[in-house]
Design a protein. Structure first.
Length: 669
């Protein structure tokens, strides 16, 4: 007997059975498949193998999601009434430290694992946490017990300190494995709570991945807006500070979302003078709701949260908001005998509505581990009930303001009905209906002549571009993530790609032999990406797409590259922008030679650039610089080069890099 199960006594020899006839196929063609081929992933290895299942991918959004998981744990302590202060520090070395003065994670041995500390279990075992019932936390953002353990698995270094009962404990991990077991460090008198310091693993996210100071700063500030009972203290190393990101700041907003909304709509033209805001229920308790809503002449949008966790894809709580606002405005129209409100829909009321909504629900259900969308059915009822009476009272208290809002919403409804009627006429007289992607912020003019569309990378850059644009003739289409490399993709894969589908729909001119110049909706197609290596990569993928799928668009002179600056240089009242490092050095040597401090701001990306700077440097036709993309006279040679560098053979790209490495004079890593 095999010793797979340990040693055993000798067994009597069994009589041999007749040998079956061999199959006709040669033995070497038979693929072996047995028990040894079945892998069993233990501990946190599944997270490292498939990070996308836990944090949605390995892109910048996933990278920053690690910070969200850690600060959410501290926020849960604050909402439960055990912490009043949270500190966040971003270091130039890429580490983030989050500290709270809550109860501190338990350190004693766990009853189910008597040889392991609870502090270790929480960080190394999936689905281990204190939020599966309502005993430790009435409401919380971390519900699946995978948050901090996933952060640990995807960090090459994590150190956790816990101060409990005047004793400080410390444990260290690397890639989910304990490096230094939990041990007492010493006595502490006036300290309690948990401190987590971690660094995302470059093996998972790439060596060029980094935290955006602006994004981490805004995420930290948002938590203070969402719960007025906590003070958030922000700090970062001086080298990371900028005009928009201070080295130190303290956030405490007793008025919560109303303060948030006031800052958000600053400078915008309002339809209603007052912000509709309020709170319902005990802050942070099950069923409590807070909201702030303003109607402005702008793009608007709803930002929603559940248990302080952002829900960018909305969900059931936003459905409750829509129901309450629509019902309230229709009821007011009946009281004022406004018959035009009969055709109102929620979209008419929410157009250009800037809304902030925060709800707290016990054991909420999210769609996916990244919690982008709320699925709890009771959230609809909770929000609808909380807002219904409050909105009725708000409208009745200011008839003039309510009348403005109602007239504006009725105009939107009439415009929607007019557009629908025009589409019905077009559908009857044409064989093709134009469909536009949802993320496209289109311009108002109908003529293609003089119209421009800016193709930008990501929703953050898209938000800045929408604020910076001229709405009459400039459209913005954000693309989330890197576009498919069409040079090495099959037609089926290309047809199934959503980003490419959105782009083709927005332009309206068709591709390849179906390309129709007269149907092109814009005169200029402008690729606007960050002034870094990732931006150049995305731009090259987009140019490859246009060269392969819409070559006539390039030949007819429609394709351009925007030239956003990398630096902003100021001295006294003088401000100039530099395209790159060499341009910066040139300006420093020629334009900033006088006395006085010279301030140099390095833009991390378009999403971090104030929209006024983006308009001035990159989008305004008066001051911007555009590069027109052209195809060389020898089109076959161009196609050969594109196929060589962007095709399916990586060795061709490697050969090109080797041949041209000598021309690289400055490598920024």
């Amino acid at each position: 007997m095999s010793d797979l199960f340990g040693s055993a006594a000798p067994q009597p020899e069994q009589p041999k059975k007749p040998t079956p006839a061999k199959a006709s196929a040669p033995a070497q063609t038979q693929e072996a498949y047995g028990a040894a081929d079945i892998e069993i992933l233990e501990g946190l290895e599944p997270v490292r193998r498939r990070p996308g299942m836990y944090i949605g991918g390995t892109d910048s959004n996933a990278y920053h999601h690690l910070f969200a998981e850690v600060i959410d744990n501290s926020m849960d302590e604050a909402i439960a009434g055990h912490a009043s202060r949270i500190e966040v520090h971003l270091g130039a070395d890429g580490y983030i430290t989050v500290t709270d003065n809550g109860r501190g994670i338990p350190v004693e041995k766990h009853p189910k694992f008597p040889n392991r500390s609870t502090l270790e279990i929480v960080h190394t075992v999936l689905h281990a946490g204190g939020k599966f019932d309502s005993k430790a936390y009435e409401t919380s953002g971390g519900l699946h017990g995978v948050g901090v353990s996933v952060v640990n698995a995807l960090s090459d270094d994590m150190v956790v300190e816990v101060a409990r009962e005047q004793q400080l404990y410390r444990i260290q991990f690397s890639r989910g494995i304990v490096v230094h077991d939990v041990e007492p460090v010493g006595r502490v008198q006036n300290r309690r709570g948990t401190t987590t310091r971690f660094h995302p693993d470059p093996q998972i996210f790439g060596v060029s991945a980094h935290f955006s100071p602006g994004r981490i700063f805004r995420m930290t500030r948002a938590k203070a807006y969402l719960f007025g009972g906590v003070e958030l203290r922000w700090s970062c190393d001086e080298s990371l500070a900028s005009e928009d990101v201070p080295a130190k700041a303290v956030f405490h907003y007793p008025d919560g979302l109303k303060d948030f909304m006031t800052a958000r709509i600053e400078g915008e033209t309002r339809i209603t003078d007052e912000i509709f805001s309020g709170k319902s229920g005990r802050p942070g308790s099950h069923g409590s709701v807070e909201w702030a809503i303003a109607w402005t002449i702008g793009d608007g949008g709803v930002q929603s949260y559940c248990n302080t966790v952002p829900t960018p894809d909305g969900g059931t709580h936003e459905a409750g908001l829509r129901m309450a606002l629509l019902r309230g405005l229709k009821n007011y129209a009946e009281l004022t005998k406004n018959k035009g409100a009969a055709n109102l829909t929620a979209e008419d009321v929410l157009t250009s509505c800037s809304a902030m909504l925060s709800v707290f629900v016990r054991e909420p259900e999210f769609v996916g581990q990244t919690k982008d969308k709320l699925a709890s059915g009771e959230a609809t009822r909770i929000v609808d009930t909380a807002l219904r009476d409050a909105f009725d009272h708000w409208l009745a208290a200011s008839p003039q303001q309510a009348g403005k809002l109602l007239d504006w919403a009725v105009e939107r409804a009439e415009e929607r009905l007019r557009r629908r009627k025009e589409k019905e006429i077009d559908r009857a007289s044409a064989t093709r209906k134009l469909r536009l992607p949802g993320k496209l912020a289109d311009c108002t003019q109908n003529a293609a002549q003089g119209a421009e569309i800016f193709i930008v990378e990501g929703d953050s850059a898209g938000g800045s571009a929408k604020q910076a644009r001229n709405r009459s003739n400039q459209a913005v289409l954000p693309l989330r993530g890197k576009i498919l490399n069409v040079a090495g993709a099959s037609r089926d894969k290309l047809a199934a790609n959503q980003l490419i589908s959105d782009l083709i729909q927005a332009l309206g001119c068709g591709t390849r032999d179906r390309y129709a110049e007269d149907d092109l909706r814009y005169d200029k197609i402008i690729i606007m990406t960050d002034a870094d290596v990732d931006g150049a990569h995305i731009a090259s993928l987009l140019i490859t797409f246009f060269f392969q799928e819409m070559p006539r668009l390039i030949e007819n002179g429609h394709l351009y590259l925007a030239m956003p600056p990398l630096y902003r240089i100021s001295q006294g009242g003088k401000t100039l922008y530099a395209r790159d490092d060499s341009h910066k050095d040139e300006l420093m040597a020629t334009e900033f030679t006088g006395k006085g401090k010279v301030d140099i701001t390095r833009f991390k990306g378009l999403g971090e650039m104030p929209f006024a700077h983006l308009r001035e440097t990159t989008m305004s036709p008066v001051t911007r610089t555009l590069l027109q993309v052209k195809i060389l006279d020898d089109r076959d040679a161009t196609k050969t080069t594109v196929d060589r560098l962007m095709g399916t053979k990586p060795e061709a790209r490697f050969e090109f890099i080797q041949e041209n490495a000598a021309f690289v004079t400055d490598l920024d890593i």
